[in-house]
Ligand binder design. Sequence first.
Ligand code: SF4
Ligand code: SF4
Ligand code: SF4
Length: 277
Amino acid sequence: MKKIILYFLIFEIIAIGLFLLTDNFFYYLNFTYIGLCITIGLYLYNVETKYSKYARNFIQITIGLYLLIYLGILSSENMMLEGFWYYLFLGVFEAAVIHYAIAKIFGPFLFGRGWCGYACWTAMILDLLPYKTPNKKLDHEREKYGYIRYILFIISPILVSALFILKMATNTTMFYLFIIVNILYYIIGIILAYHLKDNRAFCKYICPITVFLKIGSKYSLLKIKYDKNKCDDCKKCYRSCPMDVDICSNDKNKTNATECILCMSCAKSCKKNALYL
Ligand code: SF4
Ligand code: SF4
Ligand code: SF4
């Protein structure tokens, strides 16, 4: 329980800090709401354990819908990668820039790819599809898609720069771009999930945001820890992992930190209690 309260306090510190920095009460409400959703989710996971299998979905849906519907659609804020470049090029310290800085660029040094496991509105839908644990036999087929995310990452700032050059870079254009890119992401994500029998195929091969996420998450303070002495090498953790992370492998400094979304499926599947956060 103490840990849960600590997480809420961390979000309150961010909320108050940003409120004081920007003199904008919205940031206080924004981060308090996000902290509250995470706190309730952690409570469901750790204390009201009969609901624990829904805890992550609860956090994903309450935060994901808030970001997508309220900030993205109702407040017309492009929260996608293109929105980040747009506001950055304008030199405006807006929600998209703050969002990227905290959730996807600097935050991952602290909480890894927690964004991907608990807050992303794309994965919020993808995680409801039937292929929660990917078919490991299809690994070779999936690998050929791996380069796509890097291409999309490069295209994004080029696209926004082109909009500026063509004098089409307006809030309205960015709003429509937000809607179009989101719809495309959902369509591609769902098709890929069914084609590769893997809910998270989009995250592994297409999503350009992983380029940012992987940098910080490699050095993340928060990561799954592995007690080798308790392990009997049954590989249940690997088979249950939606991101194909082999947490017991020797190359964990390289792979585990950057692909792991801290979903805790591996820890739940380990009967030896060899995995923990
Ligand atoms: S990889 Fe991309 S789509 Fe997947 S959860 Fe992370 S940010 Fe969302
Ligand atoms: S599930 Fe536990 S015991 Fe089995 S390989 Fe993974 S860490 Fe080891
Ligand atoms: S290693 Fe464990 S916590 Fe990380 S993504 Fe895989 S199952 Fe989830």
